[in-house]
Design a protein around this ligand. Sequence first.
Ligand code: RP5
Length: 162
Amino acid sequence: MSAVRVGIAMGSRSDLPVMRAAAEALDEFGIAHELRVVSAHRTPREMLAYGEEAEARGLQVLIAGAGGAAHLPGMLASVTPLPVIGVPVPLQHLDGLDSLLSIVQMPKGVPVATVAVGNARNAGLLAVRILAASDPDLRARITAFQDDLAAASLDADRTLTD
Ligand code: RP5
């Protein structure tokens, strides 16, 4: 079994239906990952320990999703040198705007790469791109993936005008 390279953290089990898409994107590229529930507010000590230990455990990228007062991605970014990708999870009220602003408005010096509200798939794909920066084979597969996206779009255009 290959070593886990990407950690997918979420603030609550209720985030899983959204966050699963990150795991699926990583699966498509054969990137080993783990899923964890660590809450910035309910289990702050465990959350900080997870961030602090991530690099030593061999993780290379963290993806963190949370909703509402979504402090998880930023708090993880504050205790790890690894790149952190934030996923704003939409909740029942405010359509995820609260989550988005909580995650994206980081202070200078502590970056979180924030994807669109609910778009955990893009978080997974961005993690693949980060790993691909030092992996030519993975980069070739990302390029092929982009070619497939373009082909599907061109095909949709052709079908529309047929
Ligand atoms: C956040 O509170 C979690 O990330 C989740 O999006 C939200 C609601 O959590 P539950 O009350 O459903 O556990 O910390």
